[in-house]
Design a protein around this ligand. Structure first.
Ligand SMILES: O=C(O)[C@H](CS(=O)(=O)O)OP(=O)(O)O
Length: 241
């Protein structure tokens, strides 16, 4: 379709090479919790955020003046200043700081997107991320961080919401089965995503006590208008949307 923009969903960073299209915009999604945490940190004044795939490289960033955030399997790592809870990134702790962050899944998705135009998206910056996507001309790849290279429910729901809203507009199309899968899940979830997620995912139900405040934060829509944009190896604010 001439001039129309293709929309696709990749359910895991491990599948990224199969979905990549030259020059596409990669929208990295990690609702629980990496992109929600990154957006919160940037909205609260972080100067830049460097997603780092491995623990040693993230810690080494301290030598270059970064504060560091590190999490694996939901738990903050020893020696790090922050874990992966968005609620930790308060203005008092993060304003004017350069942050390096490594997490179980989200920072692996940014590693897959390295060298491409990539933004961080969540529900908390949904409208701003949509406006950023709409303002471009490229094909769009919604890249779910998933869980340890597998598909997960929460990122699929959010990717389905972006896809549905983009495809409702003129100028976007898709040929991908991923869209039908994500939209069917979105339909099944109805309006109470958190209830649906907890009912459907033993993994997240088991983590509910640990993550419940962060999950509630992640479910809030459009509280920030910042869009973190990957420039070289760091996320910086795109313009305000
Ligand atoms: O801590 C997180 O939010 C997750 C790990 S898990 O799903 O809780 O095990 O990391 P993320 O990279 O944000 O998916």
């Amino acid at each position: 379709m001439k001039n129309a923009r293709h929309v696709d969903i990749c359910f895991s960073p491990a599948l990224h090479a199969n979905y990549h299209r030259e020059g596409n915009l990669v929208v990295v999604i990690d609702l629980f919790r990496a992109t929600t945490a990154i957006i919160t940190a940037m909205a609260n004044g972080a100067k830049s955020i460097k997603p780092v795939a491995d623990i040693e490289s993230a810690l080494a960033c301290r030598d270059n003046g970064f504060v560091v955030a590190g999490e694996r399997n939901g738990h903050k790592l020893a020696e790090f200043d922050f874990g992966n809870s968005p609620l930790e990134f308060t203005t008092g702790r993060i304003q004017n700081k350069d942050l390096a962050i490594t997490t179980t899944n989200g920072t692996q998705a940014f590693a897959a997107a390295q060298g491409q135009e990539a933004i961080a998206a969540a529900l908390i910056n949904y409208k701003a991320a949509m406006q950023y996507i709409q303002s471009g001309k490229q094909d769009v790849l919604l890249l779910c961080s998933g869980w340890t290279n597998k598909m997960n429910i929460e990122d699929t729901l959010l990717a389905g919401k972006f896809a549905r809203d983009l495809l409702a507009e003129a100028g976007f199309y898709s040929t991908s089965d991923s869209i039908a899968i994500a939209e069917a899940m979105l339909e099944a979830a109805g309006s109470n995503w958190l209830e649906f997620i907890l009912d459907s995912s033993p993994r997240l139900k088991g983590k509910y006590e640990l993550l419940k405040d962060d999950m509630a934060w992640a479910m809030r829509q459009d509280i920030f208008n910042v869009v973190p944009l990957l420039k070289n190896d760091r996320l910086v604010p795109a313009s305000e949307y």
